[in-house]
Design a binder for this molecule. Structure first.
Ligand code: GLY
Length: 373
């Protein structure tokens, strides 16, 4: 089977330059794409989500074996609570047992959880070996797999989860996105990925809101050509931001639009929302916050609300929570960042900025606009 219509976006940072390749059938050509990127590992650990072990990971496995590369396949349950030091240790022990050495590579096949933990394993095993990301969710293709953030979580003394608290910036050698891998992705997960696309649109590509709304039927029908275009458009945005600020010293923070709100929603509503759904609600709340502070106009809020409705993403938290509890939950981010709550808000569509010291009445109004009480 051939690979169709290769699209390539180059990510250029201070420390690396690598292609994000998007093509139908690409998972069956991973070995040849790695060779084209100059990567010829002596052996490969495929670290994959059990959900894609017999599909995308099996295709990657076949491609590598056909090229004569020894493969160890390690499947993991890809839930957020598996992003632990324990999992990292288990993966590295398996890699050691399977004879992966310094000239070997990790190929991560799955969504954001697998990409984060496998990426961190690659970044730390034998002080760092090559990593190829093969994301199989829309969210991972347009966001998590691009930009080199790798990490695991830790538990706080009160039992809550400190997300991504041990990790590193470690850019992959290559990212391969096959829109055919999304064919079996549940619609809810596809919509969750679209929330990050809405976020990107607000940051840098306002026309994409209408573009997505006009194509929502083929997108939700998993049409590979439309998905390939969507992924490329979003990867270009992410690559631009990461290229300007690899280690999040400045500009890269704009990618956190909606995320401080989203983390509070996820902390309080646990399994009621996917990450993408929380980001959708959080992005809308950030739009309202800008209006409350007199920094933005209502246009952005209207455009985002309308896009979320057309996509079928939530515009309010799924069950009521108090504003006080949600603001308190945002405070964990506050502590992390030295006592100052830093939030990204849209001054206009395509113009988002980081602000500090947000007064509680404005936060209160923003939360109420998305269903808090
Ligand atoms: N997902 C946000 C970032 O990569 O910076």
């Amino acid at each position: 089977m051939q690979m169709e219509g290769l699209r390539s976006v180059i990510v250029r940072t201070d420390t690396a330059g690598y292609p994000v390749e998007i093509a139908r059938g690409a998972v069956r050509h991973v070995a040849e794409r790695m060779a084209a990127a100059g990567l010829r590992p002596t052996s490969v650990a495929i670290i994959c989500d059990t959900a894609v072990e017999s599909s995308a990971a099996a295709a990657v496995d076949r491609s590598l074996r056909d090229a004569g590369i020894p493969v160890a396949r390690i499947a993991m349950n890809a839930s957020e609570d598996m992003k632990t030091l324990g999992t990292l240790g288990d993966l590295c022990e398996r890699m050691l047992a399977d004879g992966i050495d310094r000239a070997g590579a990790v190929v991560a096949v799955g969504g954001g959880v697998v990409g984060d933990v496998a990426g961190f394993a690659a970044a730390t095993y034998m002080r760092g070996i090559a990593c190829v990301q093969v994301p199989t969710t829309l969210l991972a293709m347009v966001d998590a797999a691009v930009g080199g953030k790798t990490a695991v979580n830790l538990a706080r003394p009160d039992g809550s989860l400190a997300k991504n608290i041990i990790g590193s910036f470690a850019q992959p050698i290559l990212v391969i996105c096959d829109p055919e891998s999304l064919a079996t992705l549940p619609t809810r997960e596809l919509r969750s990925g679209l929330a990050e696309c809405v976020k990107h649109a607000v940051i840098a590509d306002p026309e994409m809101l209408a573009w997505i709304a006009e194509r929502i039927d083929p997108i939700l029908a998993h049409d590979p050509a439309t998905l390939a275009e969507l992924v490329e458009r979003n990867v270009r945005i992410k690559a631009d931001v990461v290229g300007a600020d690899e280690r999040e010293q400045g500009r890269r923070a704009v990618l956190n639009l909606g995320h401080t709100f989203a983390h509070a929603i996820e902390a309080l509503l646990h399994d009621e929302c996917t990450h993408g759904e929380a980001v959708a609600i959080g992005t809308l709340a950030a739009c309202r916050l800008a209006v409350e502070l007199g920094l933005g106009t209502p246009d952005a809020e209207h455009a985002v609300r309308s896009a979320l409705q057309q996509i079928g993403l939530p515009t309010a938290i799924p069950s009521p929570r108090s504003v006080a509890a949600l603001i308190e939950a945002m405070g964990s981010d506050k502590k992390k960042q030295g006592g100052t709550l830093r939030l990204v808000v849209p001054f206009a569509l395509g113009d988002v900025r980081l602000i500090r010291d947000v007064p509680d009445p404005a936060l209160d109004a923003a939360w109420r606009s998305v269903g808090a009480r």
